[in-house]
Design a protein around this ligand. Structure first.
Ligand code: SF4
Length: 763
């Protein structure tokens, strides 16, 4: 049984261990894996200048934190189809025809064309999309350049995955908390299912906590592996999480199981909350969620009375029409049950004062208020845009020492759907230049048809990528990106925790691959603004960022962690970073923005008999992270084809059988997939696989390497009924659909020719 990671980073720093011996000619590097978003500490073995093996850390605290994606990385990143040189489009956009150019020529042309877009349409006509998970980070340099140039239109997949949770948590208590799994007595998983090879450290922490006696409550329509290990499993209807939490609050408030002292001294809006909660008697909650009222009550009692409890971040409430309310209800449960900033609960850590954090590097103060208010999505869905987040400037300065806190990169973002509308010529103003880094926008956001139209309508599209993804195929330039094996990394836990970790550079990047630091330094130069990135190298930049520690980067990178000792109940000295200084159960900022200041529950739109089933997507398969890893034979051997899951009864009613190719359809589009019968699925629910394309299939418009066959974003609606109101993010947990047998031939996938110089496999 793995152990929960210690909450105090001092234990990591002080752990005694001996490094494993290595063969002659092999050296080791301490690395942080960035093959997914969870950042395991691992070891790279290096031979003749190449990483030949990735293995688990020698430090016993991290020993179990590694999965198959990390282990396969040296081979996956040495794949023959890796983009090794800058590529310029030579045919029509989307023709799939590119030629090799130099970095210098590429940057010069990009700078000229970007300046023209800005001169013709204003700086807001430049939008950037990143998934900082895939690039590890861009250090805040993208935002820094955009802020100086005058564009607020930065978007990211974190808009529907953790970043938005961080932004919404601020409305209640001013920061995004992190759980003390090592000392907790109860863990609540909302639809989240960490496994041995997916979210591995979280899986290990939960298993470790259970081994020490912590209770596990799982809400999930599926009988997931976490549900099977749970003390209580609530098999709720898909998308009804917010209703379930109202049920818990009803029990906790009616039975007076909450922390009365904390509520009295440190919250505002309790009486209003109570009235709202009274609208949710258990009979109503049982109807909305499909769960037994006694079980709902029992789970609520276990959460409220077990001792300090943790509700870890979940992607499920990130992606619903009730997302803002769902996330707020989690914050309210934590708060009124006394779990905020206590040992075994969830801590508001603040910045590490020794490190120049990314929020500081981003320099949001230089972007004028006028440009901030032009951020796409501000008017209708302002919660995580500047308009929704600016009221936190004063409280954040008061409590955490600086005005802007871009936690998990999710505060101060534009709304993705509004950005794509503007790019497609359907918004308030035109967006005509689009950059994306380590991000595959066609498959990472809702409504692929809109995104494709938006990209085809651009004057300039630039990708910084490792592989020729479907989105990269629509670019003017594809610039080759390095990987986590090929650069150092100062990992500041995405800005929301005060522990900082370090990763060494293990090998040189292949070909002409460059880091995000070099990418943005090149773009700043091409815009005649070299002073915006004044450091010569990434290591120089890191020396600047760690200077307050009194160490150099070279000294710190050899260590495991740099940390601020955890402190508890810090709000007793500073108050909370909200306008009132209290936990705002009723949010003053949401009220000022014109929204309901209390959580609420929007029921589903009327049933459409043509689409009798409901689908959810967004779930990872163990061998893949987001839209990546499809090129690695070992991973594809595990998941050769995109599969939908149905239970036997639902499959029978739809007239489809195990292993058959089917079509999943709704009002927006359709995808093809193979059917797998899973008895863990409830009736009438369809699990759609996320992010599928096949690198071996034909590139360019009309094909996009299978993205048009399999990409789930073709089913993800972003019309008003399927958007969260406050954030404007899509509802992808319960979209009406139907499943029918595939009438055409099953899609063939013929391996593509390697279009790049072949690299030696690592092993
Ligand atoms: S869980 Fe796997 S892919 Fe993710 S960081 Fe850890 S080793 Fe890497």
């Amino acid at each position: 049984m793995p152990a929960a990671a210690p909450f105090n980073p001092e234990d990591i720093a002080n752990a005694k261990y001996t490094e494993r011996p290595v063969k002659e000619g092999v050296t080791t590097k301490k690395l942080i894996c960035a093959a997914c978003d969870i950042a395991c500490t691992v070891v790279g073995e290096v031979q003749k200048g190449r990483v030949t093996k990735v293995r688990s850390s020698d430090n016993p605290i991290f020993r179990d934190n590694i999965c198959m994606k990390g282990i396969i990385a040296p081979k996956g990143l040495a794949h023959p189809n890796r983009v090794l040189h800058p590529m310029k489009r030579v045919g029509e956009r989307g023709s799939g025809k590119f030629e090799r150019v130099s970095w210098e020529d590429a940057l010069s042309d990009i700078g000229t064309r970007l300046k023209k877009v800005i001169a013709d349409h204003g700086p807001e006509a430049w939008a950037v999309s990143t998934s900082q998970w895939n690039t590890s980070t861009d250090h805040g340099l993208g935002r820094r350049i955009m802020n100086h140039v005058g564009s607020p239109n930065w978007i990211s997949g974190v808009a529907l995955c953790a970043g938005n949770t961080a932004a919404i948590n601020r409305f209640t208590y001013g920061w995004f908390p992190f759980g003390d799994f090592a000392n907790t007595k109860c863990i609540v998983l909302m639809g989240h299912n960490p496994r041995r090879h997916s979210w591995t450290p979280l899986y290990n922490s939960i298993r470790g906590a259970q081994a020490k006696g912590a209770k596990l409550i799982v809400m999930d329509p599926r009988r997931s592996s976490s549900a099977e290990r749970a003390d209580i499993w609530l098999p709720l209807k898909v998308g009804s999480d917010a209703a379930m939490m109202f049920g818990w609050l009803k029990v906790i408030i009616d039975e007076e199981l909450y922390d009365k002292e904390f509520v009295k001294n440190w919250t505002i809006g309790f009486e209003d909350l109570k009235k709202r909660v009274d609208e949710f008697p258990l009979e109503r909650v049982a109807k909305l969620t499909g769960c037994d009222p006694e079980m709902i009550a029992e789970a609520a009692r276990v959460y409220a009375t077990s001792g300090p409890a943790v509700i870890p971040w979940t992607p499920i409430t990130d992606m619903q029409r009730n997302s803002t309310s769902g996330i707020r209800l989690q914050t309210i449960l934590r708060s009124i049950c006394g779990n905020v900033d206590v040992p075994g609960g969830e801590l508001l850590q603040g910045f590490n004062p020794d490190i120049i954090n990314e929020s500081e590097i981003e320099m949001h103060h230089v972007l004028s208020d006028e440009q901030k208010m032009k951020q796409l999505g501000s008017r209708d869905h302002p919660a995580f845009t500047y308009r929704g987040q600016l009221p936190f400037r004063e409280p954040t300065k008061r409590v955490y020492g600086q005005e802007y806190a871009n936690l998990v990169m999710g505060c101060h973002m534009a709304t993705p759907s509004e950005t794509f509308k503007a790019m497609a010529g359907e918004g308030d103003y035109p967006v005509k230049a689009f950059f994306f880094l380590g991000n595959n926008p066609l498959l990472s956001y809702a409504n692929m048809p809109l995104i494709e139209k938006a990209m085809m309508n651009q004057d300039l599209v630039v990708a910084h990528e490792q592989f020729m993804t479907p989105s990269a195929q629509l670019a003017d330039y594809v610039l080759p990106a390095d990987s986590w094996l090929e650069r150092p990394w100062l990992h500041d836990m995405f800005g929301w925790m005060s522990t900082v970790r370090f990763s060494e550079k293990a090998m040189d990047p292949p070909g002409e691959c460059r880091s995000t630091f070099e990418f943005w330094k090149g773009i700043a130069g091409s815009l005649d603004r070299p002073e915006l990135v004044p450091w010569d190298t990434l290591e120089d930049f890191y020396d600047y960022r760690v200077a307050r520690t009194g160490n150099t980067w070279d000294e710190l990178v050899k260590t495991e962690v740099h940390f601020k000792k955890p402190a508890f109940r810090t709000y007793e000295k500073t108050g909370f970073a909200t306008p009132s200084g209290k936990v705002e159960l009723k949010s003053s900022i949401l009220e000022d923005l014109g929204f309901d200041p209390l959580p609420y529950f929007r029921e589903d739109p009327p049933h459409d008999k043509d689409y009798p089933l409901k689908m959810f997507t967004g779930v990872r398969e163990d061998g893949f992270f987001q839209t990546g890893h499809r090129h690695i034979p070992e991973m594809r051997a595990r998941h050769p084809e995109p599969e939908i899951f149905l239970n036997e009864k639902t499959a029978k009613a739809a007239g489809v059988t195990e292993g058959e190719w089917v079509t999943v359809e709704n009002q927006l589009g359709q995808i093809k997939a193979k059917l797998a019968i899973k008895d863990a699925m409830p009736d009438d629910l369809v699990r759609v696989p996320h992010g599928w394309w096949k690198p071996e299939m034909q590139q360019g418009t009309g094909h996009l390497s299978g993205a048009l066959d399999y990409g789930d974003s073709q089913l993800c609606r972003d019309d008003a009924d399927y958007l969260d109101r406050e954030q404007g993010i899509p509802h992808i947990k319960g979209i009406p659909c139907r499943v029918v047998p595939l009438v055409a031939e099953a899609p063939a996938s013929k391996p593509a020719e390697a279009s790049q110089p072949v690299m030696e496999p690592a092993e």
